[in-house]
Design a binder for this molecule. Structure first.
Ligand SMILES: [Zn+2]
Ligand SMILES: [Zn+2]
Length: 451
């Protein structure tokens, strides 16, 4: 008997299972030695009795090299780099002679080897976002073991259609134009809260209703009128929220959190402009601090990479025992491989049942509880907004919610403390005052960074 479709079903996202994809172990990555262009230039001068000159460039756009580009092997600046093929992204370094591709600067020279037989992998496919490498060694123990595991029937099918089986070791080399831990220049928000036509207390009240109590913008406007006698439109509520989110985001993202080194993550659904998006969040499993909260239309590897990068960039240094606990989605293993390509290694522990009804082991139950609590609190508070500026509105709400979760919301697992205790906030009598103070601190933080 088919389940009847009720209103609630229509209102929930389709629980699409993620693409099942077998992700093999990491390959052995041989990174060529790195060189220092300053030493190479000094050697050149000692040998030739004159310095190696930077490249004389013709005024021809075809041969232009981006100023920010450096040689991936010796770090020589752009003035020593030739554009090799008329601006199509291939370059050669005058100092160390290495050739490289802008899209794939680091790994161009790396050699990938099979972790099972140590043979060099062969590139078998070039896709837009990644290349696929394969171990073609017939004596490879991985391949041999997979062959042995086949039933008689499978072996017959395999003879006829070998492509239908995944028996050989595969590795995906991602080509995202994304450098882990790349520094980003602080973005100064363009709004001036002092020019908002609201008293700080009104703003604090609006945020308390809208974020802490999860009321819609219309309900918030009604509460402001009916309880406080303040007439504002629901659009004004959204404008306040957008402005406050812009101010608070740098503070939330760059606050010097004290972290434990144990992190977990998940994706939840959020509706943006009438369409389901994914909210990727990562947090410190011990301190209950949200460290990443990206909204993406896709549940893809790049989103997982960015979420993990948000966590890594908050660590003063990368510990040896760094680990991420996530659900079974292969994107996290693929992200792990991407970071390994860039010399950053960590463990990914995939726990089936972390985010659904399946039971999990004693060890992971606390993590499951954190994720469920965050999800529940978020879903309880999030009201999708419609109409003009809805996309911005959804992201603003997520930012404010994370500020609330990290700095304002008492957490039962922390004996009623907020995850990040700021004494100036704790002493205040009520929530609107805390929001106002938090925004003032965020503003001071920005001014400090700009100075
Ligand atoms: Zn070089
Ligand atoms: Zn092999």
């Amino acid at each position: 008997m088919g389940k009847s479709l009720n209103r609630k079903d229509l209102d929930e996202p389709v629980q699409k299972p993620y693409r099942k994809l077998q992700v093999d172990d990491l390959p052995i990555i041989d990174v060529p030695e790195t060189l220092d262009y300053r030493k190479l230039l000094a050697d050149y001068e000692a040998q030739h009795g004159r310095p190696l000159r930077p490249i004389q460039r013709r005024a021809n756009a075809k041969h232009r090299v981006p100023d920010s580009l450096t040689c991936p092997r010796c770090q020589a600046p752009s003035s020593y780099l030739y554009a090799n093929n008329g601006g199509k992204g291939q370059y050669q370094c005058k100092v160390c002679q290495c050739r490289f591709n802008h899209r794939n600067r680091f790994t161009k020279q790396a050699v990938f080897r099979c972790p099972h037989c140590k043979k060099t992998l062969e590139k078998i496919k070039e896709r837009k976002e990644y290349h696929i490498y394969k171990c073609k060694n017939n004596d490879c123990p991985f391949y041999q073991a997979n062959l042995r595991r086949m039933t008689k029937k499978e072996r017959q099918q395999f003879q006829q259609d070998p492509q239908a089986f995944k028996v050989r070791y595969l590795f995906r080399e991602f080509l995202f134009d994304f450098l882990p831990l790349a520094s980003s220049s602080p973005i100064q928000p363009k709004v001036d809260l002092s020019r908002l036509a609201a008293s700080p207390h009104v703003l604090g009240l609006v945020l308390t209703y809208y974020v802490n109590f999860g009321m819609s913008s219309r309900e918030t406007a009604a509460a402001m009128k009916d309880i406080h006698g303040v007439s504002i439109s629901h659009q004004t509520v959204l404008n306040y929220a957008n402005s406050a989110a812009l101010w608070i985001k740098p503070f939330v993202d760059r606050f010097p959190y004290e972290l434990s080194g144990s992190f977990c993550g998940d994706e939840t659904y959020i509706r943006v402009k009438g369409r389901w998006h994914y909210l990727f969040f990562m947090f410190d499993a011990v301190k209950k601090i949200v460290l990443s909260y990206r909204v993406s239309p896709k549940r893809d590897t790049l989103s997982a990479i960015q979420a993990i990068d948000d966590v890594l960039r908050k660590l003063p240094s990368l510990p040896d025992d760094l680990s991420f606990v996530v659900d079974g989605n292969p994107i996290y293993r693929l992200a792990q491989h991407f970071f390994a390509q860039h010399g950053i290694s960590f463990d990914v522990r995939q726990v089936i049942g972390l985010t659904n009804e399946d039971p999990v082991s004693e060890e992971f139950r606390p993590l499951k509880q954190i994720i469920e609590r965050f999800n529940r609190t978020f879903k309880g508070n999030y009201r999708p907004t419609h109409g003009f500026g809805a996309e911005e509105g959804s992201v603003s709400f997520v930012t404010l919610f994370v500020a609330y979760f990290n700095f304002l919301r008492p957490h039962s697992a922390l004996e009623g403390r907020v995850p990040v205790v700021i004494p100036e906030l704790a002493d205040l009598p009520h929530m609107p005052a805390r929001w106002t103070k938090l925004i003032a601190m965020a503003q001071a933080f920005l001014q400090q960074e700009a100075a």
